[in-house]
Design a protein around this ligand. Structure first.
Ligand code: PMP
Length: 350
């Protein structure tokens, strides 16, 4: 039936999501979800929102959620844009905030959705190589561009940069939008949100899918100058004016307000990560310094793909990327202590 496809669709190379198996129970360390349940307050809010009001459209502005986020980060409601997962927020960013008269810059090893959106929106892109040690050097992101985007911490490398270098980039780049994708920021990096007061071209994107245990609810958001947020609202209202359902708004807002639960799950994941890094190192792996809820590790025998398959056969799913420069590594999500001990034990046997 592809004779009916547009050329654009023909030429797309869509993102391939990590496996979400239904056939068997795995120790699932492959898509960077949180191993702990959402805040009990979030679950209660979702249940409470599931009543006869579902026949009505939800608040198109998701004000309850924006207020919870604004309160948490000490910014204004007008600084917040909310969408159906940060993937959707990023789609609107690519559509509405990147200029077309110069290339978009992003790291060559980075979130693999960026090239997909660049293709979808026909944006010329230039990939800036990471350094040999996989570090992101923002000094390399120079010259005329139509926008800059990078994750901090980066994925799949897990390495973070400091706010001082992000600020230096912003000082050197005032004519286009700089997007910091902070999907994993809560596990050891510093958010750039305070810098939005000084830099009207900075947009920070975050998600409820990782540190707030709500990947299944699909909520993400962006924080920036009201002018950038207005642009995103214009795109949203030309695409889907009700991106967030009533249950998503209520659940995500309650999760954002439950600061204690959030802090305790993040701390636990960081502690489990440190234990995992130590044990992997003892097994001979080389592990990049991680500020995320996953680690990027090279097995001692350099047999990453074989190891991925052997682990899968033993009931443990990790992520393997068949891509130049990173095909000797495995990306391993941090699970519970029990899950990591199972994984490490199987690894030692293999
Ligand atoms: N940015 C990065 C760097 C990610 O790894 C992910 C998760 N795959 C996302 C954004 C999107 O997350 P979500 O759509 O679940 O908010």
């Amino acid at each position: 039936m592809s004779q009916y496809w547009s050329k654009l669709v023909h030429d797309l190379d869509p993102y391939v999501p990590g496996e979400q198996p239904k056939d068997q129970r795995y120790v699932k360390l492959n898509t960077n979800e949180c191993p702990y349940p959402p805040s009990p307050n979030a679950l209660a809010a979702i249940h409470a929102a599931a009543d006869e009001r579902l026949r009505l459209y939800p608040d198109p502005n998701a004000d309850e959620l924006k207020d919870a986020i604004a309160d948490y980060y000490s910014v204004e409601r007008a600084n917040i844009f909310a969408g159906n997962g940060s993937d959707e927020v990023l789609a609107h960013v690519f559509c509405g905030l990147l200029k077309h008269d110069a290339p978009l810059l992003y790291p060559d090893i980075s979130y693999s959705f960026y090239p997909v959106y660049a293709n979808l929106y026909q944006i010329e892109a230039k990939q800036i190589p990471l350094r040999d040690d996989f570090s992101l050097n923002l000094k390399d992101f120079s010259g005329k561009n139509g926008g800059i985007i990078f994750p901090n911490p980066n994925a799949p490398t897990s390495m973070a940069v400091g706010l001082d270098v992000i600020e230096a980039l912003l000082q050197a780049n005032r004519d286009s939008v700089v997007v910091v994708d902070e999907a994993y920021v809560d596990f050891g990096a510093e958010t750039a949100i305070p810098l939005i007061a000084k830099y009207p071209n900075l947009l920070v994107v975050q998600t409820f899918s990782k540190s707030r245990s709500l990947a299944g609810l699909r909520v993400g958001f962006a924080v920036g100058h009201p002018d950038l947020i207005n642009a995103l609202e214009r795109v949203k209202n030309s695409f889907n004016s009700y991106p967030l359902g009533r249950m998503a708004i209520a659940g995500a807002a309650a999760a954002m307000r439950d600061k204690e639960y959030f802090a305790s799950t993040c701390q636990q994941i960081i502690a489990t990560r440190e234990m995992t890094v130590q044990k992997l190192t003892e097994l001979g792996f080389s592990v990049l310094p991680s500020a995320a809820n996953f680690v990027f590790a090279r097995p001692p025998a350099g047999n990453a793909e074989a190891l991925y398959l052997a682990l899968k056969q033993r009931g443990v799913l990790v992520r393997y990327f068949n891509k130049l420069r990173i095909n000797e590594y495995l990306r391993i999500t941090i699970g519970t202590d029990d899950e990591m001990n199972t994984f490490l034990q199987i690894l030692a046997e293999l």
